[in-house]
Design a protein around this ligand. Structure first.
Ligand code: GLU
Length: 308
């Protein structure tokens, strides 16, 4: 069934309503290149499956998608390995921080899910083992699903993260110790950081995620093919694991599957209706965009559209 709602007006009202949060939180600075981003920015864009587009403010400014790239990596890994993937990584929420080592040690090197860093480092290893040109293939997939050939990695961000990436290096070492990754640790980390460094705008991200929102449509982009059922399951993992140890809170406040990144981006989908991306660099203590979460909470409240 088709809803008709004035999304543009709703977005403009939301932008006014979230102004009291404009200075709350702090941008990620543990990646030195991200510390240079102006934190006082905000953009939001919606694509409906009927082809309408609504946007406000800096919806066309590109930013570092960081962990949102983990959704693209999961799509590629599922396409290549199918259910075999779940022997290498779990699909339960972690309830711990994105870069936590604790569970990984207790659970003997099997990451809880593909959306925590440990899980994504395993996916990086899988793509390195299965593809001849992983860097080119990953970018080709992201470009194809976004319908945009200008999307790029940002080498400066990737290198800057590697220089200070002690915790991710510790995770990779623990994985290697337990035999969960096959390739050289340095190679795996380099590719992981490069995937995180991709830059996209809210407009580009919300268009890319329409492929997940519209899960009944054929998913086939640059050779990455998924069945309707696989896309549905990816959306389930976004719902339960997309926000680290704040997945429950996001579900409670917003009620949509989605994924966040420490660049301040969040993308969420309403199956068979729309995909929405929001970006603002100031993060809360869990690493999620303060204004982003508030804007999405108001959006699903105002539209009365959520999966619940
Ligand atoms: N590249 C970041 C890291 O590994 C991604 C974290 C995130 O966006 O949540 O720390």
């Amino acid at each position: 069934m088709r809803w008709t709602m004035d999304y543009q007006q709703i977005l403009e009202n939301i932008y006014q309503a979230i102004q009291p949060y404009a200075k709350k939180g702090k941008q990620a600075d543990y990646i030195p290149a991200l510390a240079k981003v102006n934190p006082d920015q905000f953009g939001m864009c919606i694509h409906t499956i009927y082809g309408e587009i609504y946007s406000i403010e800096q919806a066309d400014t590109r930013f570092s998608i960081q962990s949102i790239s983990k959704v693209f990596a999961l799509a590629m890994c599922l396409s290549l390995k199918g259910d075999e993937l779940w022997k290498r990584v779990g699909k339960e929420p972690s309830g711990t921080a994105f870069n936590s080592l604790i569970q990984l040690e207790v659970e003997k090197g099997i990451p809880r899910n593909p959306f925590i860093n440990a899980g994504a480092i395993v996916m990086s290893d899988i793509l390195l083992s299965m593809l001849k040109s992983p860097e080119e293939d990953f970018l080709a997939f992201v470009r194809a699903v976004s319908g945009n050939d200008t999307i790029q990695y940002n080498d400066e961000v990737a290198v800057s993260e590697r220089e200070k990436g002690y915790l991710n290096a510790a995770i990779a070492n623990l994985l290697k110790y337990h035999g969960t990754i096959e390739n050289d640790i340095e190679r795996v980390l380099r590719f992981y950081f490069l995937m995180c460094s991709i830059e996209m705008s809210c407009r580009e991200l919300s268009l890319a995620f329409l492929a997940f929102a519209n899960h009944r449509k054929k998913f086939n982009y640059a050779g990455v093919t998924l069945t309707t059922s696989q896309v549905k399951r990816m959306n389930a993992i976004m719902q339960t694991c997309g926000f680290y140890d704040e997945a429950g809170e996001f579900s409670y406040l917003v009620g949509l599957p989605g994924k966040s990144g420490v660049g301040g981006g969040i993308v969420a989908i309403y199956p068979l209706q729309y995909s929405v991306a929001v970006w603002s660099p100031r993060l809360n203590s869990k690493g999620n965009s303060v204004m982003g979460i508030k804007a999405l909470e108001l959006f699903t409240t105002e539209t009365k559209e959520s999966i619940f």
